[in-house]
Design a protein. Structure first.
Length: 475
C-alpha cells in the first residue's frame, strides 16, 4: 500500500474498533506528519481518503473530526454464540434453496446476495487476457493439464503464497471449479457418511449443504463475531466427538466477518495437529482486507500437512469464471484423484485468462480499488443500519469482506422479515440459513458489496420499517 493509504487504514481501524469515537478530533496535519514521519502531503491524502469513506469531516479553522454516523455509532455484537456442542443432523438445503432462488432477480436490492457487484471487477481487462491466452494455447494442454490444472496458473498462485512468506509448490495446488468444489473435494477426501465435522456457529450455509449432501453430522462450536472460533470449546468438542475434520473460515468469516489473530491461528493449527484432525480452511475473502497487509491463513502455520487451504478468484477478481483451488497438504494426491474422477478439470480458457492477467500485473492495483470501494460501502451500510433500524440493534464491524451480521432487538422473526422484504423487492439473508439447528431467528446477514446509491438507502429505510413492524407484531 502507498503511505497515505496505510495511514488512512490505520485511522479507519481505530474508528472501527472504537479507539476513536464520534466527535473526536484527529491530530493536526503537522502532528500526524511528525508522529508518522511522513510529509504533510501524505497526511492530507490520507485525510481526504477518510473523508471520501464518510468517516471524518473537516471543520473550517478547526481540523478534522470523526463524524456523526460513523461506525462507532452502532453498538457492536461482542458475545460469542452458544451452540450445544452436540453432533447434529443437517437439513438446511430446502430453506437455502428457497431463499436464494427467490432473490435471483436483478431488480431486487441484493442485501441478501452472496456476491459483490460485478461492476467492481475488471471484466474488459480479463476478456483481453482470455483472448491472448487462447491464441497462445497449446492444443495438447487441453489433455495434459486436466488435473491438477494449468501450470501457468498454479505458478502464479504459488507466487501469491510466496509473497506472504509461504512456500507452496505448484505441484501441491489443485485447480477446481470455484472454491466450493475445492472445499467439497477436501471434505469428501477425509470424511465418510455418518462422520462428524466441526463447524463455526453461525457458519456459511454452503458448508452446511456440503455436510448434508455427504450425510455428515455437524458439531457447532461457539464463535465470536470479531475473534473467530472459541479454542477452549473447540478443544472440548475434539475430546468429546473425535471428529474427522474441521471446516473453518479464519479470515473474514461468513456470515460474521470475524478475523482470527495470527497467534490464534497458530494455536488452532497446533491444537488440531495434536488431535490429528485435518483443517479445511475456507479463505475466499482473505484478499478483501481493509488493513495494511493481507491476513495470513492458518495454512501459514501448518507443519504437518493437515491444513487444506481453499480459495478462489470469484470474490476478488473474476466472478463467473469459476476458478478456485486447493492446497491440501498431505492430501494433495487424494484430492487430485477425486477431482479427476468427478469433473476432470476447470475451464481451460478461464484458467488461461486469469494466469495471463496475473502475469501481466495490475492485480494488486485492482485489489486496492476493490478494497477501497468495499470499505466505503460498509460505512454507508452501517450508517444506514444506525439510522433506520430499531434502537438496540447491534452489528459486526468486519475489517474486510463484504458482509455485516446484524442482531435485532426483541422477538423479531427474520424469516417473516425476509418474506415481507422480498415482496417489496429487497433481499436479505436470515440467520437460520447459517445454523444446522436453524437458530439466530433475530439475526440477518447483509451484503454491502454493491455501490451505494439512493435506491440502497431507501431500501434500508424500508427494511427498518419492516423490522419495526414485525417486532411490534411478535411482541
Amino acid at each position: 500500500m502507498k503511505r497515505y493509504e496505510a495511514l488512512a487504514e490505520d485511522i479507519a481501524q481505530s474508528i472501527r474498533t472504537g479507539v476513536m469515537t464520534l466527535g473526536d478530533r484527529l491530530p493536526s496535519v503537522r502532528q500526524a506528519g511528525a508522529s508518522r514521519a511522513v510529509s504533510a502531503s501524505t497526511v492530507f491524502q490520507a485525510y481526504y481518503l477518510l473523508e471520501a469513506r464518510g468517516l471524518i469531516r473537516a471543520r473550517e479553522r478547526s481540523g478534522y473530526y470523526v463524524i456523526a454516523g460513523a461506525r462507532a455509532v452502532l453498538p457492536e455484537i461482542d458475545n460469542a454464540s452458544l451452540p450445544t456442542l452436540d453432533s447434529t443432523e443437517v437439513d438446511v438445503s430446502e430453506l437455502v434453496f428457497d431463499i436464494l432462488a427467490s432473490a435471483q432477480n436483478r431488480d431486487v436490492v441484493p442485501f441478501g446476495s452472496a456476491f459483490p457487484s460485478p461492476l467492481l471487477f475488471p471484466f474488459a481487462r480479463l476478456a483481453k487476457s482470455m483472448a491472448a491466452s487462447i491464441q497462445k494455447m497449446d492444443p495438447w494442454s487441453t489433455v495434459d493439464d486436466l488435473t491438477p490444472g494449468s501450470p501457468a496458473l498454479r505458478r502464479q498462485i504459488a507466487l501469491r503464497y510466496l509473497a506472504d512468506g509461504m512456500h507452496v509448490h505448484t505441484d501441491d495446488i489443485v485447480i477446481t471449479n470455484g472454491a466450493l468444489e475445492a472445499l467439497s473435494l477436501c471434505l469428501h477426501t477425509v470424511a465418510r457418511p455418518g462422520d462428524s465435522v466441526i463447524i463455526e456457529s453461525p457458519t456459511f450455509y454452503g458448508a452446511l449443504q456440503a455436510l448434508e449432501g455427504l450425510g455428515l453430522k455437524a458439531i457447532q462450536v461457539a464463535t465470536h463475531p470479531r475473534e473467530g472460533i472459541d479454542l477452549a470449546q473447540l478443544a472440548l468438542a475434539l475430546e468429546r466427538h473425535k471428529p474427522r475434520a474441521c471446516w473453518l473460515m479464519t479470515n473474514f468469516q461468513n456470515p460474521l466477518g470475524g478475523l482470527m489473530s495470527d497467534a490464534k491461528k497458530q494455536a488452532l493449527v497446533a491444537l488440531l495437529a495434536e488431535h490429528a484432525v485435518p483443517l479445511i480452511e475456507d479463505d475466499v475473502y482473505g484478499e478483501l482486507y481493509f488493513g495494511s497487509r493481507r491476513p495470513l491463513p492458518a495454512k501459514a502455520f501448518d507443519k504437518t500437512g493437515l491444513v487444506m487451504h481453499c480459495s478462489s478468484f470469484s470474490k476478488c477478481l473474476a466472478p463467473g469464471y469459476r476458478v478456485g483451488w486447493a492446497a491440501p497438504g498431505k492430501f494433495t494426491g487424494a484430492v487430485a484423484r477425486l477431482k479427476l474422477s468427478r469433473t476432470l478439470s476447470a475451464s481451460a480458457p478461464a484458467q488461461g485468462a486469469i494466469a495471463d492477467y496475473l502475469a501481466k500485473g495490475g492485480y494488486d492495483r485492482h485489489l486496492r480499488q476493490l478494497r477501497h470501494a468495499l470499505s466505503v460501502q460498509q460505512t454507508a451500510m452501517l450508517q444506514a443500519v444506525a439510522r433506520y433500524f430499531p434502537p438496540g440493534t447491534k452489528a459486526t464491524r468486519p475489517a474486510g469482506g463484504y458482509f455485516v451480521w446484524v442482531e435485532l432487538p426483541g422477538q423479531v422473526d427474520v424469516l417473516q422479515v425476509q418474506r415481507s422484504a422480498l415482496s417489496l423487492g429487497i433481499s436479505v439473508a436470515p440467520g437460520p440459513m447459517f445454523s444446522a439447528e436453524r437458530k439466530f431467528l433475530n439475526c440477518l446477514r447483509l451484503n454491502y458489496g454493491h455501490p451505494w446509491d439512493e435506491l440502497h438507502e431507501a431500501a434500508m429505510a424500508t427494511l427498518g420499517r419492516i423490522i419495526a413492524a414485525n417486532g411490534a407484531m411478535v411482541d
